[in-house]
Design a protein around this ligand. Structure first.
Ligand SMILES: [Zn+2]
Ligand SMILES: [Zn+2]
Length: 93
């Protein structure tokens, strides 16, 4: 019988071993993340972009345009194909 192998005291001793409860805790120290304010504000809608590329993509692809991509499963609409793909993956798969 495996149940009689450990007494309760022995079992408590095992679980109280140093490291037993701290397993899985990452020891790497995270660098403090400093959020840099965006430097590329869109004059048309007020959105601010951190990256020049994002800003240009927004200006030429998104800003002032109607959402082109609509979800076949619900009412969700977006201007970006990638956003729709992500939405379908998260919501409907
Ligand atoms: Zn805009
Ligand atoms: Zn949907």
């Amino acid at each position: 019988m495996a149940a009689s192998l450990f007494s309760t005291e022995q079992f408590e001793f095992l679980t109280a071993l140093p490291g037993a409860s701290t397993r899985g805790v990452s020891r790497s120290v995270k660098k403090p993340y400093i959020r840099i304010p965006g430097n590329f504000p869109c004059a048309a809608c007020g959105k601010v972009f951190r990256l020049k590329n994002s800003f240009y993509q927004h200006r030429y692809v998104e800003c002032g345009k109607d959402p082109k991509f609509s979800c076949p499963h619900c009412m969700y609409k977006t201007k970006r194909k990638g956003d729709l793909q992500r939405h379908v993956l998260h919501r409907h798969v």
